[in-house]
Design a protein around this ligand. Structure first.
Ligand SMILES: O=C(O)CCC(=O)C(=O)O
Length: 216
């Protein structure tokens, strides 16, 4: 990565490299956050948040919905992307232009120009919810990065290596922070620890996470 510790950005915030291929863009999405949350409400009105079930039969503690031409789904048949929402039978809501622009700008800032996400997974965490270590590997093209936007309550993000057993680094993610990983880190294990109770002026008792992927 070409980021120096605490170098400044043209827009908001500053960059903190976590390792090769992964950087936290601190507060990169702060000023856009009210508009992002309004768009999340629009998306959820069309494709409601739901607790998807893993192939092993476990209900995920984070509630999810999606936007874009593809959405990520898990059920008894496995993990996959598909163009329609299995709950409504309709196409997923379109990717809001402000989502696309923010993700593209963040990717470029992190050294991945030309990112064109076609899927945005929206995760909603209540206190007690978490996401265990996993790899994002249902996408077709691993040359494209993952862009992950944190909104609302803080949480501890874990970023490990290529093996589940690799000891992860822990980074606190706060409102407006954006994590970008790609290149040698694209398939690294990652997740978040259990959300602690709190209140955020924009998101109440929740934390939201938008992850942008080039899935198809
Ligand atoms: O909520 C987060 O920050 C992580 C989400 C995540 O790992 C994922 O959606 O694959």
């Amino acid at each position: 990565m070409m980021n120096d510790l605490f170098d400044s950005v043209d827009g908001e915030g500053w960059s903190e490299p976590v390792g090769d291929g992964v950087v936290v863009l601190r507060r990169f999405a702060s000023s856009a956050s009210p508009a992002l949350m309004a768009a999340v409400a629009d998306i959820a009105a069309q494709a409601p948040f739901r607790h998807m079930v893993t192939p092993g039969g476990h209900s995920m503690s984070a509630a999810m919905t999606c936007a874009g031409s593809l959405g990520w789904v898990t059920d008894a048949r496995g993990y996959r992307y598909q163009s329609c929402d299995p709950q409504t039978g309709r196409a997923w809501p379109a990717m809001p232009p402000k989502f696309f622009a923010l993700a593209q700008q963040a990717a470029e800032r992190a050294g991945f120009p030309g990112f064109e996400p076609d899927a945005c997974l929206v995760n909603r965490y209540r206190p007690g919810a978490k996401m265990g270590l996993h790899q994002d590997k249902d996408e077709r093209d691993f040359s494209q990065p993952i862009v992950s936007v944190s909104l609302g309550l803080p949480i501890v993000f874990q970023f490990g290596g290529l093996r589940r057993s690799d000891r992860p680094q822990r980074v606190i993610l706060e409102h407006g922070d954006v994590v970008v990983w790609g290149g040698v880190a694209r398939l690294n294990y990652h997740g978040v620890l259990t959300l602690k109770a709190g209140h955020h002026p924009l998101t109440d008792e929740f934390r939201y996470n938008l992850t942008f992927r080039k899935a198809g």
